[in-house]
Each structure stands twice: as C-alpha cells, then as structure tokens.
Design a protein around this ligand. Sequence first.
Ligand code: MTE
Ligand code: MO
Length: 200
Amino acid sequence: MLRKMSSFNDSAQALLFDPRELAPVYPESMITRPFPFNAFYDIDQVPDVDAHAYQLDLSGLVKGKRIWTLDELHALPQQGQVTRHICIEGWSAIGKWGGVRFSDFLLRAGADTTAKYVALHCADNYWTSIDMPTALHPQTLLTLTYDGDILPAKYGFPMKLRVPTKLGYKNPKHIVAISVTNEFPGGYWENQGYNWFGGS
Ligand SMILES: Nc1nc2c(c(=O)[nH]1)N[C@H]1C(S)=C(S)[C@@H](COP(=O)(O)O)O[C@H]1N2
Ligand SMILES: [Mo]
C-alpha cells in the first residue's frame, strides 16, 4: 500500500515539478561549518577510492565516450554553487560545490537525453537514480570539489552528484558508474520505501 502511494506520488510530483525551477542559492557567509557527514555507515567506514586507478564508467543509452578519467572531468568547463542540502532525517546544511554541469557531461558523452532515467552507482554499493529532466536541470552538478578543495573522502571523493532540487539521499557520493536507461533503476533507500521522486 505504502509502495503504491509512493509510486503514485512519483508520477504526481513529475507532473508538478517544473524542470526549470531553480533551487535557492546562498551567500558564502551562510555556509554551514563544519558541513555534516551522513551515510548508511559511520565516518570510519568511508570508502577510500584510488584517484589514479579511478575511471568513471558510463553505460547504457550513450553513443560517445564511455570511460572517463578524473583529469578529463577536471578539463571540462567548471561551475560552482552554494545551495542547501536537505536530509530526510531532519537536518539541512548549506555547502559549496564545484564541478561539471551534468547536462554538459551527458551531452558531450552522447547520452540519449530522451531516455527516462539516469542511474548512479557508488563505490560503497549505494545507488540512486533520477529522471532525465532532473539530470538536465541547470543546477545538477557532477561535483569534484567541496568549498574550493578536491572533494574530501567523507563528502564523496572523487565525485558526488549534487542535485539541489532533490533530498539528500538522491545526491550520491563516490560515484563509479553512471547508466542511462529506460528501465526503472530504483535506489538503495528508495527500494526500502523512500519516495523515488524525492524532491525537496
Ligand atoms: N555513496 C553514498 N552516497 C550517499 C549516501 C550514502 O550512504 N552513500 N547517503 C546519502 C544521504 S542520506 C545524505 S544525507 C548525503 C550526505 O552527504 P554528506 O556526507 O556530504 O553530508 O549523502 C547521500 N549520498
Ligand atoms: Mo540523508
């Protein structure tokens, strides 16, 4: 029953959600320090991803390049944002992230932007997925930095997808693979009952 309500919610929210609507942005003076850490494990279990061996694997409905190194991602045009992260557990915090606009990345990689979903798989076996309008939203950012420095391990080294129009659990850290698909990918928390649309 709850699951049915939640999937009804997903379609209702997709209709209500305006893909052009922007999340609020804040001055740097409002950044929350220290920014909180959260994951489905304690901070001493944070995955240790090797920067040199790292490759981002892009799969599914993609015509172009499928393997990306960190250097290649750093060489793309970079954007920044100061936005509020809202966790469903009842806290929120303002942070500053920098990286590649996700729509730029998807277009350069030749992703089929008529596909329904983008799934993001993480080094800690976490995963989540977003609808294509959210993937193409101008504030959805493939982040490589936090507060001007290389993204620290606790905040998702080497890469976190910052989606300021979505709740915290739809902001995956330690991304190792991305797939573009028409098959519903679900997510770690979503499959345990969290609403899939998860708009904030
Ligand atoms: N890989 C991965 N990403 C994740 C999580 C996780 O457990 N593993 N937790 C999510 C949740 S519920 C929150 S609130 C944010 C916390 O991000 P932060 O540690 O940068 O505050 O990460 C999200 N992304
Ligand atoms: Mo969260």
